[in-house]
Write a protein that binds this ligand. Structure first.
Ligand SMILES: [Zn+2]
Length: 137
């Protein structure tokens, strides 16, 4: 189900708890909400739809993925960039990212997945993991 996007900085600054089986409906909602906003948004975290759980959804070049408890195992090639956020008004803000990350997460069947992401996909994932940690750019 498509949910409303949260803009409250306080709600967005709370750290999300680990996600489990009971959160799979939220994962599905997050994917629906990202698809509904795909023209203006490449990724989303569950707290952006009001659920404080570590779940992110990304549009990886038209391939929509939902990830529970994503965490970065390895990162390399730091760079400075600017990012915007659907939850934050105003101009893009400066931040530091890594070009290449090795990520581990649980998929929608609660299977462990590990994959290396580069470039734009890696950047979206880092932005959404920050959301899970209550960090805003
Ligand atoms: Zn954001």
């Amino acid at each position: 189900m498509v949910k409303e996007i949260i803009h409250d900085p306080f709600m967005l600054s709370l750290k999300s708890a680990p996600a489990g089986k009971e959160d799979l409906p939220t994962a599905a909602d997050l994917l629906d909400t990202l698809k509904a906003n795909k023209e203006i948004c490449a990724g989303m975290a569950a707290n952006m739809i009001g659920v404080q759980k570590c779940i992110i959804a990304i549009n990886d070049g038209g391939n929509f993925k939902v990830m529970l408890n994503p965490h970065i195992l390895k990162q390399s090639e730091p760079f400075e960039t600017k990012e915007g956020c659907l939850s934050l008004a105003g101009e893009p803000r400066a931040c530091k990212r890594y070009k290449k990350i090795k990520l581990q997460w649980l998929n929608e069947k609660l299977q462990t997945r590990t994959q290396t992401f580069e470039g734009w996909s890696a950047q979206i994932i880092q932005h959404e993991i920050d959301h899970c940690n209550g960090v805003l750019i």
